[in-house]
Design a binder for this molecule. Structure first.
Ligand SMILES: [Zn+2]
Length: 66
């Protein structure tokens, strides 16, 4: 599990988990903003800018906070 945020900074916090799906792995993202309508739900696009979520473009927030 990793705490992540979209570079647009409008989508609130997200978290990502690395899941095995079938025979391949992928990142699955969840809304971690408790003021959001989609809080704790799986999201595939940033709630702020509608960009498709991709681990490569998201910023890890825990690395800086802790
Ligand atoms: Zn965004």
């Amino acid at each position: 599990m990793a705490s992540l945020a979209c570079p647009c900074a409008r989508g609130g916090n997200l978290w990502g988990e690395f899941w095995w799906v079938g025979r391949e792995y992928k990142w699955v993202f969840f809304d971690d903003d408790n003021t959001s309508e989609t809080y704790a739900e799986q999201v595939t696009h940033c709630p702020g800018c509608s960009r498709p979520l991709d681990r490569k473009t998201l910023k890890a927030t825990t690395a800086f906070v802790r």
